[in-house]
Design a protein around this ligand. Structure first.
Ligand code: ATP
Ligand code: FE2
Length: 333
């Protein structure tokens, strides 16, 4: 396959990426943000609708290609917010029809994982920490298996929710990281690892109470990061021990956090029972983006066992708002 474009629209980001033979030629995005309060799905979808043409042509320009050079279109099929997913899929279908090229539906979570290959990771345990998802994933016999996950909310949503409570808009993660860097005193916060899973909603309530009581927001942000990231690192380490894999890969927007990266790096280095290499893609590929969709799309399009659809079969293609990582048949491996 020569040139594949990927369209991302599962939540706050509308992105278009262009990939040729595993090389990312461009990766353009617009992110829906708020001053205060969280994402309103129909507003995010409107944001995508209003930005799609501009993002698309900017991505083509950035890649130095024209529309006629495109060989296939990949899009994020799910999981995600239905109004947002629909914008991406409809745009992908329009392009498929206009250019008379096949379309490949891609799972968003697995795209976060597969794009990690550009770091050199071959068969990692992945700590996937994003807005809606928090999972420890590894490949085993035909599927990406979930070894551990959040029992309630995703760590990104957890951080954003706390941020919102203290008056910070979306996304809250980067602002909370800045506050945490100024925190000096560790405040005791519940540590909730249950088997291979983590629970975050009780911690959120606890943090909100402490904020109400007038604890320093710097100290709370710092203590939150130290506690919750330690929970994530602990479960990731257990998955490494269980699977015997020798690589840890970070992915998802929360992986932009430099303290989380540092804690993962230390864990990998300090493991006594065999070395583990640590990998983390650049920021532009950690938060939602079109390049990761194009990247996995190309892999799928190159494999005859993977599903793809001609412009005549577009009626068979739909969004999957609740698709789970371990439902996806990984036919390209
Ligand atoms: P999903 O992949 O589950 O659909 P998503 O698409 O909402 O989630 P991403 O773009 O992968 O999410 O990640 C967005 C999240 O990353 C937001 O919750 C944001 O606050 C968080 N985030 C971004 N930068 C940082 C940071 N430096 N520290 C912590 N969190 C961060
Ligand atoms: Fe994501």
């Amino acid at each position: 396959m020569a040139i594949v474009i990927g369209i991302e629209s599962t939540a706050h980001t509308f992105g278009v990426g262009v990939v040729r033979n595993g090389e990312i030629l461009s990766n353009v995005k617009r992110v829906y943000t708020t001053e205060k309060g969280g994402i309103i799905p129909v507003e995010a979808a409107r944001h995508h609708f209003n930005n799609k043409e501009e993002v698309y042509f900017e991505a083509l320009d950035g890649a130095g290609i024209e529309e006629k050079d495109i060989d296939a279109v990949a899009f994020s099929q799910g999981p995600g917010l239905p109004p947002c997913l629909l914008e991406g899929m409809n745009f992908a279908k329009e392009l498929s029809q206009k250019l008379k090229k096949p379309i490949a539906p891609v799972n968003h979570c697995i795209a976060h994982l597969e794009v990690g290959r550009i770091t050199g990771a071959k068969d990692p345990v992945m700590l996937y920490v994003s807005g809606a998802n928090t999972q420890i994933i590894a490949y085993a016999s035909g599927k990406y298996r979930v070894f551990g996950e959040t029992l309630d909310i995703g760590v990104g949503n957890f951080i954003d929710n706390f941020a919102r409570y203290i008056g910070i808009g979306f996304p809250g993660g980067p602002a909370i990281q800045k506050l945490a860097e100024k925190g000096k005193n560790y405040v005791e916060i519940p540590y909730k690892v249950k088997g291979m899973d983590v629970a975050l909603s009780g911690i959120l309530t606890n943090l909100k109470h402490k904020a109400e009581k007038g604890y320093s927001l710097y100290d709370l942000a710092y203590s939150m990061q130290e506690t919750v990231f330690a929970m994530l690192v602990e479960t990731a380490e257990r998955a490494l021990a269980h699977t015997g894999k020798k690589e840890l890969l970070l992915g998802g927007g929360v992986a932009c956090n430099s303290r989380l990266q540092e804690m993962c790096r230390i864990m990998c280095k300090e493991r006594k029972t065999g070395k583990v290499r640590f990998f983390c893609p650049p920021k532009s590929l950690l938060t939602d983006n079109g390049a990761m969709i194009a990247y996995l799309g190309e892999i799928m399009l190159n494999n005859e066992r993977c599903m793809k659809y001609s412009p005549k079969q577009l009626r068979m293609v739909d969004i999957k708002p609740r698709q789970r990582t371990d439902e996806v048949e990984v036919r390209w491996k």
